[in-house]
Design a protein around this ligand. Structure first.
Ligand SMILES: [Zn+2]
Length: 325
């Protein structure tokens, strides 16, 4: 579905195979030229859908000149390679997001790092194998692309008469950026702020010093300080009150963090064991992906509690364990 949000600015909803059924891409138009913000997911029918939607308003994929990427998750950029090949569009992405993307293509490097990381956090070898398989499946759908340049913090980009600022917002993903149109007051937010769900946070397995929650909350403050009137997210409807939404997301994280803390005592536990304990009976119905996501989510709060000095992290044999101080 394509919607003209305002003159020469469109929202296009593309399909996704997950619980979230759609992802948005946004198109700025100048004359016949198009700048696309995120590309949607490279799944059967998605390219045709994009083409059909653009045609319905007298445009077409052949007019895409530039592609701006908020972050390197598959639902936001896995069609970029295909579009680049067919349209010769230029791709703009932050250096950090591009790094994550390149790692994703180095199967051996990624698999090795993932095996070490998840085993260290308490997954069994069988569960680690299953998780690596899931990562391989995701890799299969990503069309490779070459970035034409890197987006810099706070730089102003222009597309015809349009002007927008690049705002670095690491947290949901390393190298995540938002695009802020100061004159119009709107923010293309990627997955930094979503209207209905709290954006997921996960570890950077290549950088264990990275603090996902701390970075995310700092980035939330950054966009809250901007004079934003309307937020255009990667999923869900646009919304207007960024402070209200940011407040809800902060509360959500604070409550989740407390749940993790309450699970800890003098008995040392792994991240994976804590994630299973929190989820209780639901754990028996988990598939491999849910186990992976639960571990990631728990890790984020343990990192933060450890940073705050409230809990203690130690290495016991080959695994990291956590307990109260
Ligand atoms: Zn997304």
């Amino acid at each position: 579905m394509i919607t003209e949000i305002q003159t020469n600015f469109y929202r296009i909803s593309l399909p996704m195979p997950y619980r979230l059924r759609h992802v948005h891409t946004y198109a700025l138009v100048q004359g016949a030229d198009i700048a696309l913000f995120d590309t949607g997911m490279n799944m059967p029918g998605a390219y045709e859908k994009l083409e059909e939607d653009l045609k319905s308003v007298g445009l077409g994929t052949q007019f895409i000149r530039d592609i701006y990427i908020t972050h390197s998750h598959t639902d936001h950029c896995s069609m970029a390679g295909l579009l680049q090949e067919r349209t010769k569009a230029k791709i703009h992405i932050s250096a950090a997001a591009n790094n994550v993307y390149q790692y994703f293509h180095q199967a051996e490097v990624l698999t090795k790092a993932a095996r070490i990381f998840y085993a260290k956090h308490g997954m069994s070898p069988r569960e680690v194998d299953a998780m690596v398989e899931e990562i391989d499946d995701i890799r299969g759908i990503i069309a490779p692309f070459n970035a034409d340049d890197h987006l810099e913090q706070n730089e102003i980009r222009e597309f015809g008469d349009w002007k927008f600022e690049v705002i670095f917002t690491p947290g949901h993903a390393a190298g995540h950026v938002c695009f802020f149109f100061r004159e119009e007051g709107f923010l293309i937010a990627g997955d930094h702020v979503l209207p209905y769900i709290s954006p997921s946070l996960s570890p950077n397995i290549f950088d264990e010093v990275f603090q996902p929650l701390k970075n995310y909350l700092d980035s939330l403050q950054i966009v809250e300080n901007l004079p934003v009137t309307t937020i255009y997210p990667g999923h869900g409807n646009s919304f207007t009150n960024i402070s209200e939404r940011a407040g809800e997301i902060r509360t959500h994280h604070e409550l989740r963090k407390q749940v993790v803390l309450q699970c800890l005592n003098a008995q040392p536990k792994t991240t994976y064991a804590i994630s299973a304990e929190i989820s209780g009976a639901a754990t028996s119905r988990w598939d491999d992906w849910e186990k992976f996501m639960a571990l990631n989510g728990t890790y984020v709060y343990l990192q933060e509690l450890n940073r705050e000095g409230v809990i203690k992290e130690t290495m016991e044999g080959n695994v990291l364990v956590y307990k109260t101080i």
